[in-house]
Write a protein that binds this ligand. Structure first.
Ligand code: ADP
Ligand code: MG
Length: 542
């Protein structure tokens, strides 16, 4: 007789465990659901999403990563897809929606392979191989544009913002290209772009065409004293990391004042100290003072009398940018302030923008930090313009740093990759051939989705694209520049180009996450503790 076997518990109470096929299927389904959420936003004809957070704030966006960040996604596999969107944004600055769609499609294809009995480890192996091969192919087929040519950089921007910004995008395109040209620096490893040196300020009111590039910095600050000048030409700027106040002394020191004369002399003494500070500033030749800390009322008065324009409590990051734009050195004692520490700007002036006064520090010679002032009809519009601008700047950085390496958009590069990967698959002997084939097919999701979103028939477009690529026309994709005339075209010729880095990263991160999800066959989840269940605020509060 068989004795009843006691079940063995290796996990504490409250844990759940899903293994084998169930684990894989759950994860795949979750990842596909995430990809499906952002699909409709892809490309020039993609739709927008309206996101409403738990206090009712609304965001209207076409940006994949913004959508995903704002959703409080709980499922761990789904979260992995959100992570690749974030990585994509960090590494390449654009292509977030594409990377998520690709990962979703790769997993969808993997699911059919699982159905037909292929082992997940084998699929993972094939996908890994295909990812490496895809990167190799991308390097072979890439083209090079001249990054000193503004027209070429404009094409990159246009591809990034089409469908996100309407109207006078000409103006914005020029502005972005100029901004990048200002901040790029030559290093031993080629050109580098630090996007932290491009400050983006938003002000609703006005139209997008009122957006400005300032070759310097815009401060959202009022001058500290009404009698100070509103405009200073040939500004000599002092950056102070100190307060223009009288030190309070040790906390327990008390000042005893018994007679009115004592108070008078005390005040006079303080005034003398403050005047001494202002005299030092005057002596350095500064006519603009930007102070990270406070400025005493009396010091404000003396500064105004000396015709110096001053700002206080300016953030450290703004002060750093002003330093980069004007060449000023930040000083932390007034004794260190002399003419060599001052920065220069052609003009510093106060300007009313919308209903706020802002300080413009501009016409800086060879500025390494610039500011884009984004204008638009409403706050929602300005926010979405800012997101599109950030994507485009990421694209510009990517192309400048990779010495002009580009591929063609509109699904062209994905079709070419797909074709070449299929050829590669046919050279493989083992069953991973099937996985590489599936990976290749998954890449077609990009042109298919672009077509779907434009309301055209994706099947016939794909057939046309495949046959063009078979004939060796490697940059043929779907041209969505004119919504009323959707057709296939040589995207390189018509100037729909994207940085190689963006596509390489999208394929790489999609491939990697698909492999990672496929390799999981056991999900061990701790029961939610009370602490975890009290929901964290959504990431839009970050
Ligand atoms: P992502 O977050 O992946 O960057 P987007 O919504 O920005 O998503 O869409 C990018 C896609 O749109 C790219 O595949 C790009 O090639 C394509 N695209 C841009 N301009 C055009 C165009 N004029 N015709 C066809 N496709 C275009
Ligand atoms: Mg984009």
């Amino acid at each position: 007789m068989v004795e009843a076997v006691q079940p063995i518990f290796i996990l504490p109470e409250g844990y759940t465990r899903t293994t084998g096929k169930d684990a894989q299927r759950n994860n795949i389904a979750a990842a596909i659901a995430v990809a499906d959420t952002v699909k409709s936003t892809l490309g020039p004809r993609g739709m927008d999403k309206m996101l409403i957070d738990n206090i009712g704030d609304i965001t209207i966006t076409n940006d994949g990563v913004t959508v995903l960040k704002s959703m409080e996604i709980d499922n761990p596999a789904a979260k992995m897809l959100v992570e690749i969107a974030k990585t994509q944004e960090e590494v390449a600055g654009d292509g977030t929606t594409s990377s998520v769609i690709l990962a979703g499609e790769m997993l969808k294809k993997a699911e059919s392979l699982l159905d037909s009995g292929l082992h997940p480890a084998l699929i993972a192996k094939g996908y890994k191989l295909a990812t490496e091969k895809a990167i190799e192919i991308l390097n072979e087929i890439k083209e090079k544009v001249d990054i000193s040519n503004k027209e070429e950089l404009s094409k990159i921007v246009r591809t990034a913002i089409i469908g996100k910004l309407s109207g006078s995008d000409h103006h914005i395109i020029n502005l972005l290209v100029d901004a990048i040209n200002h901040v790029k620096t030559k290093t031993a490893e080629g050109e580098k772009v630090d996007l932290d040196n491009i400050k983006i300020e938003k002000k609703s009111g006005g139209g997008m065409q009122d957006s400005l590039l300032v070759d310097g910095v815009i401060l959202e600050k009022e001058k500290v004293h009404p009698d100070m000048p509103d405009r200073i030409e040939n500004a000599k700027i002092a950056l102070l990391n100190l307060s223009l106040e009288v030190e309070k002394g040790p906390i327990d020191a008390q000042i005893r004042i018994d007679r009115p004369e004592q108070l008078e002399s005390f005040v006079a003494e303080q005034q003398k100290i403050l005047k001494g500070m202002v005299d030092k500033i005057k002596a350095s030749g500064a006519n603009v003072v930007i102070c990270e800390k406070g400025i005493d009322d009396v010091a404000q008065h003396f500064l105004a009398k000396a015709g110096i324009l001053a700002f206080r409590r300016v953030s450290d990051s703004d002060v750093q940018k002003i330093g980069k734009a004007t060449g000023a050195k930040i000083v932390s004692t007034l004794d260190a302030l002399d003419s060599s520490a001052l920065g220069e700007a052609g003009v510093v002036h106060m300007e009313k923008i919308g209903n706020e006064t802002m300080a413009f520090i501009e016409k800086c010679k060879n500025p390494k930090a610039v500011t884009i002032l984004v204008r638009g009809g409403s706050e929602h519009v300005v926010d979405e313009i800012k997101r599109a601008i950030e994507d485009a700047l990421g694209d510009l950085k990517s192309v400048v740093e990779e010495d002009g390496a580009v591929v063609a958009g509109g699904g062209a590069v994905e079709m070419e990759l797909s074709k070449r990967l299929k050829e590669f698959a046919s050279t493989l002997k083992g069953k991973e051939q099937l996985a590489v084939q599936a990976f290749a097919e998954a890449l077609e999701a990009i042109p298919r989705t672009l077509a779907e979103n434009a309301g055209s028939d994706p099947m016939s477009i794909l057939v046309e694209l495949r046959s063009a690529h078979q004939q060796g026309k490697k940059w043929v994709g779907i041209n969505l520049s004119d919504p009323y005339d959707v057709k296939i075209d040589d995207m390189m010729k018509i100037g729909v180009i994207e940085p190689l880095r963006v596509k390489r990263q999208a394929v790489k991160s999609a491939g990697e996450v698909a492999v990672m999800i496929l390799r999981i066959d056991d999900i061990i989840a701790a029961g939610k503790s009370a602490k975890m269940e009290s929901k964290q605020p959504p990431s839009s509060y970050e």
